[in-house]
Design a protein around this ligand. Structure first.
Ligand SMILES: NC(=O)c1ccc[n+]([C@@H]2O[C@H](COP(=O)([O-])OP(=O)(O)OC[C@H]3O[C@@H](n4cnc5c(N)ncnc54)[C@H](O)[C@@H]3O)[C@@H](O)[C@H]2O)c1
Length: 251
């Protein structure tokens, strides 16, 4: 079966891999034969994902701990991947947080935390992976943005700004790195069923689902399937793009 695996032996770093979309991407990449370097703010949070990955592959999975907004910790994750495998083929910048509030009530620290976790982290990981990818003359980066980075959202000025920043960053990095055979793309999910959206009441979730042409929230696997496509040779001529995966929400 191995010849059917689209990411066979590719070395992939995935941030925020402890649950939700990051966990689904880890499982999908493992199924396609990738060797994973998983990152989360605490190693113990990665045990569940590691167990899922083990079901898909016998390849060892490396677990790393890092606050994605701290440069030295990010560098250690990339170093671990390089020390173990000698290369990094795929980077998925997935870790993210929300700290929703109306603008007038939003504490400065919540602005800073959301921008650091969601956007500065992308700069730090991209920078750390660029040098090895340039040396390899190949690389793939996938940034998990959001539809609110395209549309804005009341009560999410910090989150929407961070996700819009990721979109401009993705396009800039794609232009800068294309000649090095490094592709950089983003996925903009709509509402996906994870702990992030579990914060909404069931009434809020129903009202939102009614707005979505496909009539439901997405599943983490439906984002992971697109990440597999963007990480594979099937998307070789795609860079600098924002793939909206939202059940038609933003049509
Ligand atoms: N769920 C949705 O509807 C939705 C929609 C659009 C975009 N997204 C984006 O998808 C990504 C994954 O979200 P999710 O829904 O799976 O959320 P989640 O809350 O289930 O998972 C977020 C992950 O990020 C990690 N993380 C947060 N802060 C971190 C930090 N400082 N250092 C290291 N890791 C940190 C968490 O530990 C967790 O693993 C996020 O970037 C989110 O903004 C989600």
């Amino acid at each position: 079966m191995s010849e059917l695996q689209t990411l066979k032996d590719k070395i992939a770093i995935i941030t925020g891999a402890s649950r939700g979309i990051g966990q689904a991407i880890a499982a999908a990449f493992a199924k396609q034969g990738a060797k994973l370097v998983l990152s989360a703010s605490a190693i113990e949070n990665l045990q569940e994902t590691a167990a899922l990955v083990e079901k898909e592959t016998s390849a060892p999975c490396i677990l790393t701990q890092a606050n994605v907004s701290v440069g030295d910790e990010v560098d250690q994750v990339v170093k671990k991947a390089l020390d173990t495998h000698g290369r990094v083929d795929i980077l998925v910048n997935n870790a993210g947080v929300t700290k929703d509030n109306l603008l007038a009530l939003m504490p400065e620290r919540d602005w800073d935390e959301v921008l650091s976790t969601n956007l500065k982290s992308v700069f730090l990981f991209t920078k750390a992976c660029t040098r090895p990818m340039v040396r390899q003359r190949s690389g793939i980066m996938i940034n998990i943005s959001s539809v609110v980075g395209l549309t804005g959202n009341a009560g999410q000025a910090n989150y929407a700004a961070s996700k819009a920043g990721m979109i401009a960053f993705t396009k800039s990095a794609a232009k800068e790195l294309a000649k090095r055979n490094i592709r950089v793309n983003a996925i903009a999910p709509g509402f996906i069923k994870t702990r992030m959206t579990d914060k909404l009441t069931s009434d809020q979730q129903q009202k939102l689902a009614d707005y979505i042409p496909l009539g439901r929230f997405g599943a983490p696997k439906e984002i992971a399937d697109v990440a597999v496509f963007l990480a594979s040779e099937a998307s070789n001529y795609i860079t600098g793009q924002i793939v909206v995966v939202d059940g038609g929400l933003t049509i």
